[in-house]
Design a protein around this ligand. Structure first.
Ligand code: ATP
Length: 235
């Protein structure tokens, strides 16, 4: 059974029918990617799963339990955390303070310290910069911090929205290496990416979304080989 299952999900922004029956599955310890053009509905799918947006129809099931219509903070409490597009770190706070905010659901100081230690294992550069004001980090470091902050609440599922956006190629590769490390640590990742080539290379499974509906799906390797995917997304 999939850890997270989305079935026939419909989402509207007023009269705009943004998701028209999206279905996808994320297995335990998997990286699954959702690729597609601008405006196809990738962010909307993540926001509906994390409870930021309401869905009008369809089901979201997590570990066998219905998730749709739960408040966003309850969904975080169940172990699903979204790292939004565009980083959104608290730029005037220090790196360490940003991490503590990510642990807002943990009350015990020891748990927070343990979470921080576990997260910093994955992000050695962030460890060196704990006292630095977050707004002075480089773009790549800010993205690392946003992901690290998301991991502070011990999620089982991480929803990543365009983590490579705006980064230099060398940093993009580091971010993708980190995502593989996150999966190795036992966290499933649903990855939304414009960089379809890199995303499909690390993904166990992938979905292509076009104007609010899934048009293709397959293993990362299959989609990399698919002529339609090559033409539209790997050009
Ligand atoms: P991008 O890669 O450009 O971020 P995306 O695949 O993540 O694209 P979404 O942001 O999910 O796309 O948008 C899906 C559709 O919903 C688009 O047509 C978009 O214009 C529309 N949409 C998104 N947010 C809103 C909003 N707040 N109000 C109205 N329409 C919206």
């Amino acid at each position: 059974m999939a850890l997270l299952e989305v079935k026939d999900l419909h989402v509207y922004y007023g009269k705009i029918h943004a998701l028209k029956g999206v279905s996808l599955e994320l297995g335990k310890d998997q990286i699954v990617t959702l690729i597609g053009a601008n405006g196809a509905g990738k962010s909307t799918t993540l926001k509906a799963i994390s409870g930021i947006l309401g869905a009008s129809e369809g089901q979201i099931t997590y570990d066998g339990e219905p998730l749709r219509d739960l408040a966003a903070h309850h969904i975080v409490g169940k172990g699903i955390v979204q790292v939004p597009e565009g980083r959104r770190i608290f730029s005037r706070l220090t790196v360490a303070e940003n991490l503590k905010i990510g642990a807002f659901l943990l009350s015990d100081k020891k748990w927070i310290a343990d979470a921080e230690e576990r997260v910093l294992e994955l992000f050695p550069r962030i460890r060196q910069r704990l006292k630095q004001i977050a707004g002075t980090l480089s773009g790549g470091e800010q993205q690392m911090l946003a992901i690290a902050r998301g991991l502070m609440s011990n999620p089982r599922v991480l929803l990543l929205d365009e983590p490579s956006m705006g980064l230099a190629p060398i940093l993009v590769q580091q971010i993708f290496d980190t995502i593989v490390g996150i999966r190795k640590s036992g966290i499933a990742v649903l990855l939304v990416e414009q960089n379809a080539f890199l995303a499909l290379q690390i993904a166990d499974y992938g979905y292509v979304i076009e104007t609010g509906a899934i048009s293709l799906k397959g293993t990362g390797a299959d989609l990399l080989d698919n002529p339609q995917v090559k033409e539209a997304y790997l050009g």
